[in-house]
Write a protein that binds this ligand. Structure first.
Ligand SMILES: [Zn+2]
Length: 76
């Protein structure tokens, strides 16, 4: 099963990971606990798994302009 990584801010596809278990991969990669991981996972209708994370560009913008994203969230 492939796991798709997309940016939750700009919807850019960051990449695909060929891991057997999404949770294991994410736990390993992000050192989160299971509850946190669930928060970032989206199960698609076709059974695929999408991980909502943040791309490099957005991460940089977020660090520079944290207010912009807070505002964006409220407007959606
Ligand atoms: Zn992004």
């Amino acid at each position: 099963m492939a796991i798709r990584y997309t940016c939750r801010h700009c919807e850019t596809e960051i990449g695909t990971l060929p891991f057997e278990s999404a949770k294991e991969a994410i736990l390993l990669l992000h050192k989160m606990d299971e509850e946190e991981v669930e928060h970032f996972l989206t199960y698609e209708k076709d059974g695929a798994l999408t991980v909502r994370c943040i791309c490099e560009q957005c991460e940089q913008s977020l660090q520079r302009f944290p207010d912009y994203y807070t505002l964006n969230k409220w407007l959606q």
